[in-house]
Design a protein around this ligand. Structure first.
Ligand code: C5P
Length: 219
């Protein structure tokens, strides 16, 4: 007789939301606390955009961008030039191309399914892992997100003007939300976490409480 087995699928936590809402810091800390791997999926789109720019290509060209996405290597994700306004815009442009998203899908799913993971991005809870055990949509007001990004740029010594940072962020959010392919939006079953008035520690405490409640395995 075959004895019944309980199959516990790897735990996936999906953290989605707009730029500079605090997803990355939160996702990294949550992964560490839960003993899960962590993937910043924005890096995949950033590295794809960079490769197209390196080749002198047009980031809106589906052929060039899909070829770049299909041939990404782990080293591409380690590049030091994946942040900043040019990389932001290139990532958002390639991310609107359906065949680029399709080329990056298996990597994200395999990463999560290997051992369980926390992934952050725009479409983790809606497209990549609709079955994720916990989905958190992290957001904050545009003014607060722009202020955070401005302070980050200042800390790195990158010249920036707050109103320009805010304008770029507004444009990128609008582009991410309006695109037909996997637009930025909360999954129906996502918990919304507004960090406008929360520091990183307070956001982490709330997210960890959600994780403890959702991920507890019944005995
Ligand atoms: O999260 P991050 O700001 O690094 O993402 C850069 C860009 O990559 C986003 O503006 C978005 O266009 C795209 N992206 C995406 N789907 C993801 C992660 C990022 O479309 N899962």
């Amino acid at each position: 007789m075959i004895s019944p087995v309980t199959v516990i699928s790897p735990v996936i936590v999906a953290i989605d939301g707009p730029a500079a809402a605090g997803k990355g810091t939160l996702a990294r800390r949550l992964a560490e606390a839960l003993g899960l791997s962590y993937l910043d999926t924005g890096l995949l789109y950033r590295a794809t955009g960079r490769r197209v720019l390196d080749q002198g290509g047009n980031v809106a060209d589906p052929v060039a961008a899909t070829s770049a996405a299909s041939t990404l290597t782990p080293e591409d994700l380690q590049r030091s030039d994946l942040r900043g306004p040019q990389a932001d815009a290139a990532a958002a442009a390639v991310a609107a191309i359906p065949s680029v998203r399709a080329a990056l899908l298996d990597f994200q799913r395999s990463f999560g399914r290997a051992t369980g993971a926390v992934l952050d991005g725009r479409d983790i809870g809606t497209v990549i892992f609709p079955e994720a055990r916990l989905k958190i949509f992290v957001t904050a007001s545009l003014a607060e997100r722009a202020r955070r990004r401005f302070l980050e740029l200042q800390a790195k010594g990158t010249p920036a003007a707050l109103d320009q940072v805010e304008a770029d962020m507004r444009a990128r959010d609008a582009h991410d939300a309006a695109r037909a392919a996997a637009p930025l939006k909360p999954a129906d079953d996502a918990v919304i976490l507004d960090t406008t008035a929360l520091d990183a520690d307070a956001a982490f405490v709330q997210a960890l409480a959600l994780a403890q409640a959702r991920l507890a395995v019944p005995h």
